[in-house]
Design a protein. Structure first.
Length: 345
């Protein structure tokens, strides 16, 4: 049996209060590393849990020639790697953004015909002291992947196939467990047992859409907004985390917070702003500047992330993502998947 220490070295993530960097030994690339990890199937997940839910694996370029390696690595993190042909069509997404040979891989790119556009540039682009802004609301787009589903997924694996030049197109990550632990007691009490209403982006229910008077789309039953506890207990580590999104992935028509007055100027909105600006303070945030071949693995149950602006008229950015499901915690036990249409009658 191979021990994890023979396979890779785990070191703290520079520039962050959480996360780890995994460097494989003996010059192993992604192909040899994947085969070795399959002989020690808990090693990488254990390293991730020991690192607060975030791993950075540099130099994974062999995945580009053999994309199924990304699926094999994903299987180390749970029983089910999402097949996008099954699930994304149920949400009326296009088939263009699915890898043509490996349907578990989602393409995140501004290349046509997918045309995912980046976030707008923060305004102002820098903080008052000249730093790269990471904090809400100067920085928007914070979310946990697919929080509009019940049960939501556990992990995402995200690899840079063609990144933008350094200094733009970063991905930001925020530590929900550390942010929860640092909350004042009265705020901890206020969010205990409270749910937020999460929704599919681009359905006319975002804060921006509601403020601009857009008519919300009529949603089919499997597209409806889903309630999620604002405090989520991690099923493996047992730690409580803030589990939230903000402008684009919460429902600002009926929410954003269940039981508080709705809409962008209601009591629910105030709580979202208060929590998000707390959770995205410098001490809880890491910004990843991508190099080709960088793979990051993040636990959606206790981390939020946000994309960054880049010059989409100048650069094509291509990222691949897989999503792993299967251990959302006991609060979801026995539930039908909200995003799969149920047979009628
Ligand atoms: Fe995401």
């Amino acid at each position: 049996m191979t021990s994890p220490s023979q396979l890779f070295e785990l070191s703290p993530l520079p520039g962050a209060s959480f996360g780890g960097v995994v460097r494989f030994k003996s010059g192993m690339g992604a192909r040899a590393a994947t085969a070795a990890l399959e002989q020690a199937p808990d090693a990488l997940a254990n390293a991730l849990y020991a690192s607060g839910g975030f791993l950075f694996l540099p130099l994974m370029d062999e995945i580009f020639d053999e994309p199924r390696l990304l699926v094999r690595l994903s299987r180390l993190f749970g029983p089910e790697v999402e097949n996008n042909l099954v699930t994304f069509t149920a949400e009326n997404k296009t088939l263009f953004n699915i890898h043509e040979d490996v349907p578990e891989i989602l393409l995140v790119t501004n290349a046509p015909p997918i045309n995912n556009q980046p976030m707008t540039r923060p305004e102002p682009p820098l903080t008052p002291d000249g730093k790269f802004p990471t904090r809400f609301p100067q920085r928007r787009g914070w979310h946990s992947d697919q929080s509009f589903r019940r049960p939501p997924p556990d992990f995402s694996l995200f690899i840079a196939v063609q990144p933008t030049p350094k200094g733009q197109g970063q991905t930001l990550f925020a530590d929900g467990a550390a942010a929860y632990a640092a909350l004042p007691e009265n705020l901890k009490r206020r969010i205990q047992g409270v749910e937020a209403l999460h929704t599919l982006p681009s359905n006319g229910r975002s804060e921006k859409a509601v403020r601009s008077g857009v008519q919300p789309k009529v949603l089919l039953p499997h597209q409806r907004s889903q309630k999620q506890s604002m405090v989520r207990i991690h099923p493996v580590t047992g730690k409580p985390s803030i589990y939230m999104c903000e402008s684009g992935q919460l429902d600002w028509v009926d929410g954003p917070i269940v039981g508080l007055s709705p809409g962008p100027d209601g009591e629910g909105a105030k709580l979202v702003y208060e929590l998000m600006s707390h959770m995205t303070q410098d001490q809880f945030v890491y910004a990843h500047d991508w190099t080709k071949g960088d793979l990051v693995i993040y636990d959606n149950r206790n981390l939020l992330h946000a994309p960054s602006w880049y010059e989409a008229d100048k650069y094509i950015r291509i990222m691949w993502r897989t999503t792993v499901m299967g251990n959302p915690g006991p609060e979801y036990a026995g539930e039908e998947r909200s995003w799969i249409p149920q047979p009628v009658g």
